[in-house]
Design a protein around this ligand. Structure first.
Ligand code: GTP
Ligand code: MG
Length: 446
């Protein structure tokens, strides 16, 4: 096009050649290409002036825009005589916009986020999407906090009822009776409920008491009941291997607790052997094998349907042979009212006692904290059948109803060695009476 025009008008503008020679063609227009890059830079900024002017410049392909480093622009100074025409490209860059791409100086607040450009604004921005905010590290939640969260539902119910009952009311027989009912509903058991109401009435009868005071007394009394059962698991290594038989109703967390316990013990430098005594399900054996791998413990298992007592017997020998400090025997979950299955547990004890009269040294029962009253009868029966002498309460991180542990402690006085506060390897914690009591009563920990 340029060539045709030149030819047609050649004669008309001949004088121009004599008056002022045209600049050399290649040099004249190279600046256009070079200037494209600042246009791109300018159009990245929300500058209406730049936007209005930009269409007058020969648009360049996208690729042209992308590859040029901003630093190159300043270096290209031989732009020809028309440089002044395009000075707006540089002039229009608002300095504060340039600063936005710089990291904010320490102590200087970051520029506020730019509002999105409306569709009818007449200009569009093409810019790199903002880098996603770095993921915040997962906050470490202490076991006491998880316990608190797990018990939050039942504790806030209890707390709400206490507040409702004791607001602007003098302590009389009816109030005390209502309070006792609230405590029984919270699974604390009749014995504990009566003890707490007795304690509350001491010196306060006929007077107004606050919900806060009631909660404090509640926490103190629960702690008193639980303190004697909050004991560490004792392992007598004079009689190696110390045998721990783990029993309980289906799904109460036996196998998971075994895994977590094996982790604790092996970390403590003890050698542990695991026995896959749940010979009913292949998945149960696999589950234990995974825990064996995780904790570096040998797992003794047999084919599905094998006699669990016979396997326990063999596992004992193997644990002796490999010089284990502790042998932990998993069992199949069973309902406490299934006599035939319960008899099988008895058999495990009998067979083990043939090898070592005191074995199993510890019979650990797992209780699911989301179960209410039924846990009391579970302890009753498993204790009778297999000589349970220690408890672990699991799933206290979920929607737990911890009150029943108070009733069980008051009635059976069995040691509670650990509580499960999650499914992970580290989610087994020693039972602490004070933390548990304050989580149930909804009082602050001090
Ligand atoms: N949230 C939570 N889940 C748990 C806890 N303990 C166990 N679980 C989960 O509860 C489920 C049952 O746990 P298991 O260890 O298989 O229970 P089990 O008593 O061996 O079950 P059976 O062998 O079927 O009788 C699994 O999904 C576990 O991950 C705990 O403390 N907290
Ligand atoms: Mg299991």
């Amino acid at each position: 096009m340029a060539t045709a025009d030149t030819e047609e008008t050649d004669g008309d503008f001949a004088f121009l050649e004599t008056a002022e020679p045209l600049p050399e063609t290649p040099a004249d227009f190279s600046f256009l290409e070079e200037r494209v890059e600042p246009v791109e830079t300018a159009t990245r900024e929300p500058s209406p002036e730049a936007d209005a002017l930009a269409p007058e410049v020969e648009p360049a392909g996208e690729e042209d825009h992308v590859g040029i480093e901003p630093a190159e622009v300043g270096e290209e100074d031989d732009l020809g005589e028309d440089e002044a025409d395009f000075s707006w490209l540089d002039a229009d860059l608002p300095p504060e916009e340039e600063e936005r791409s710089e990291p904010a100086a320490p102590g200087v607040p970051a520029a506020p986020p730019r509002a999105p450009v409306p569709d009818d604004a007449g200009f569009r921005l093409r810019e790199r999407p903002a880098a996603p905010a770095p993921a915040a590290p997962a906050p470490h939640v202490s076991w006491a906090e998880r316990l608190r969260q797990g018990l939050a539902r039942s504790s806030s119910q209890l707390s709400g009822s206490i507040t409702a009952l004791f607001t602007k009311r003098k302590l009389d027989e009816d109030t005390l009776q209502d309070f006792e009912d609230i405590l029984i509903q919270a699974d604390l058991g009749v014995e504990t409920a009566m003890r707490i109401t007795d304690r509350l009435s001491e010196g306060r009868f006929g007077k107004e008491v606050t919900g806060q005071e009631v909660r404090r007394i509640l926490a103190e009394e629960i702690e008193k009941t639980l303190t004697p059962v909050a004991q560490p698991l004792e392992l007598d290594l004079e009689k190696k291997p110390h045998v721990i038989l783990v029993v309980g109703v289906n799904g109460t967390g036996k196998t998971t607790t075994i895994g977590k316990l094996a982790a604790k013990l092996t970390r403590g430098g003890l050698k542990v052997t695991l026995c896959a005594g749940d010979t009913f399900r292949a998945a149960a054996v696999e589950q234990l094998k995974i825990w064996g791998e995780r904790t570096g413990s040998e797992v003794i298992a047999k084919q599905i349907g094998a006699d669990a007592a016979g396997l326990a017997f063999e596992a004992y020998d193997r644990a002796l042979e490999n010089d284990s400090d502790v042998l932990i025997i998993d069992t199949a979950g069973r309902l406490q009212n299934k006599a035939e299955l319960m008899a099988e547990l008895e058999k495990i004890n009998r067979v083990l006692a043939k090898r070592e009269p005191d074995a199993p040294h510890t019979v650990l029962q797992t209780l699911d904290a989301t179960t209410g009253q039924n846990a009391l009868s579970q302890v009753e029966i498993f204790r009778n059948v297999s000589g349970v002498n220690g408890l672990v309460m699991t799933k206290l991180d979920g929607t737990a109803r911890g009150g029943i542990l108070v009733a069980i402690a008051a009635k059976h006085r069995l040691p509670v060695y650990f509580v499960g506060v999650g499914e992970g390897i580290d989610d087994l914690e020693p039972f602490k009476a004070k933390d548990f009591a304050s989580a149930i009563a909804g009082t602050p920990l001090n």
